[in-house]
Design a protein around this ligand. Structure first.
Ligand code: FE2
Ligand code: FE2
Length: 465
């Protein structure tokens, strides 16, 4: 039983996330942000069960402290955390070297609370998806029929599934209602030929994994996307992956609710979406044809985040920090709808009865109430959720604030939210819809002119403006 953990991480934001992970838990948790403090703390108090050391920012002195702990406190377990597994290679910390140093596990950032707890409890993460290729080169030839409810599975479009060479979780094909075949096992080689074998009988569009593995999928795909940023990969592949992971992320929130881990994952999703949008050519192609928003709630949320990112990209005052907050606010903006009956996810405002409208207008406040329990969600994100229906002409709700009093980031999300709805309503592709949207009187009086301009700029291909 682990009671006492000493943590070192010099990334202040991540330190805050860790704080969120351990607040209210039974683990006695002490955090330090300098290498010198690790040595000082453990020397003063030798009752720590585990020391977790982040080496994302590699320095010689970190290795020295690890050696010091191994030599002087051999019963203390050591776990390393790192933002990129390559850092370990650079430091020469391969499997054998880690063992020599007394390191029991390595966890790759951004890790979830569940992953960290598993590692603390002795379940190794180092041999999970990041390093699976080192532990298994076997062909995966076992298949089995699984009869379990459809709710237990999450589908990913086959064309968007990026596996790496090794499966990070079991993968299934759906053969009928509540019927699946497990075709790939976690830790074994992924082999597209195997899918083709099934495709000769039937068209396969989706691969499935257990909904319980959704967090791993999000984490894995986010890391993958971070690595893809600078690579010259197929545009639609990148875009498809970003859309898929965002939507699965949204599903995760809207079925399981929100927790500290999901907030951290959300920040990565937002960063990846924004990184993608930063590449002008990709943005242009996305707008051109890819982003077909079908009428579903999760598409609306993704669309709002997507257009918020487009606006942010072209707003001069939006720093990286602002962008992340705005996108997270956009993704969570309608979370209060969860407190309303299911029908509100699909009901358009125009079709609501007077009674329903009163209920509906309560969703911004309900959303903020839900988020109040999460100190890791910053105040600007909560303000966005609360004010995303306020309009510059004072006609919005819940408070009918005039433009000047609306929180600037909420103004961005309000515009993106409205445009995302407009596309669905008009059944138009974004590039087609933008012209009509900006000509509408309502658009002109309800939104900040500078923001409308920023949205339009997003639709103009660089060099051809
Ligand atoms: Fe809303
Ligand atoms: Fe909305």
């Amino acid at each position: 039983m682990v009671n006492k953990v000493l943590f070192f991480d010099d990334d202040i934001n991540w330190a805050k996330t860790l704080d969120g992970y351990f607040k209210g838990s039974k683990i006695d948790f002490c955090q330090v942000t300098t290498i010198a403090d690790i040595r000082a703390k453990i020397t003063q108090d030798s009752t720590y069960d585990i020391v977790i050391i982040d080496i994302s920012n590699p320095k010689r002195s970190i290795l020295e402290v690890i050696r010091y702990i191994k030599l002087n406190f051999p019963s203390v377990k050591m776990i390393l955390t790192v933002s990129d597994i390559k850092i370990l290679n650079k430091l020469g910390l391969t499997g054998g070297a880690l063992l020599k140093l007394g390191v029991e596990d390595v966890v790759v950032k951004p890790y979830s609370k569940e992953i960290l707890i598993k590692s603390i409890n002795g379940i190794k993460q180092f041999e999970t998806w990041k390093t699976l290729k080192n532990v298994s080169e076997e062909e995966d030839d076992q298949e089995e029929t699984v009869r379990e409810p459809d709710d237990y599975f999450t589908g990913v479009k086959l064309e968007n599934y990026v596996s790496g060479s090794i499966n990070v979780f079991d993968l299934y094909l759906r053969t009928g209602r509540n019927n699946y075949i497990r075709i790939f096992h976690r830790g074994k080689k992924f082999n597209r030929l195997k899918i083709e074998k099934y495709q000769s009988n039937e068209k396969i569009n989706y691969l499935y994994f257990k909904t319980a593995d959704r967090g791993t999928y999000i984490n894995f795909t986010n890391k993958l996307l971070e690595k893809m940023v600078d690579k010259d990969l197929n545009v639609s592949k990148k875009a498809g992956l970003v859309k898929e992971v965002s939507e699965i992320y949204i599903d995760e929130i809207f079925t399981k609710g929100i927790d500290a881990q999901i907030v951290t994952e959300g920040e990565s999703v937002c960063r990846n979406v924004f990184n993608l949008i930063q590449e002008d050519e990709i943005l242009f192609e996305l707008l051109e044809g890819y982003l077909n928003l079908e009428k579903s709630f999760r598409s609306h949320l993704f669309g709002t985040m997507f257009f918020s990112s487009v606006i942010c990209k072209n707003v001069t005052w939006a720093s990286e920090n602002t962008v992340e907050k705005t996108c997270l606010g956009a993704m969570l903006h309608d979370i209060g709808i969860l407190k309303l009956p299911e029908i509100f996810k699909t009901l358009s405002v125009k079709a609501m009865t007077a009674g329903q409208l009163v209920q509906y207008k309560n969703h911004p406040a309900a959303g903020v109430e839900m988020l109040a329990k999460f100190p890791s969600i910053s105040e600007p994100v909560k303000q966005i959720v609360y004010q995303h229906h306020e309009m510059a002409d004072g006609s919005g709700f819940p408070n009918g604030l005039p433009g000047i009093r609306i929180f600037p980031l909420a103004r961005i999300v309000a515009l993106a939210n409205c445009f995302s709805n407009y596309i669905v309503e008009k059944k138009m592709a974004p590039k087609q819809a933008i012209h009509e949207f900006v000509m509408e009187r309502n658009t002109l009086i309800k939104f900040d002119q500078a923001l409308i301009k920023s949205l339009i700029i997003g639709f103009i291909k660089k060099g051809k403006a």
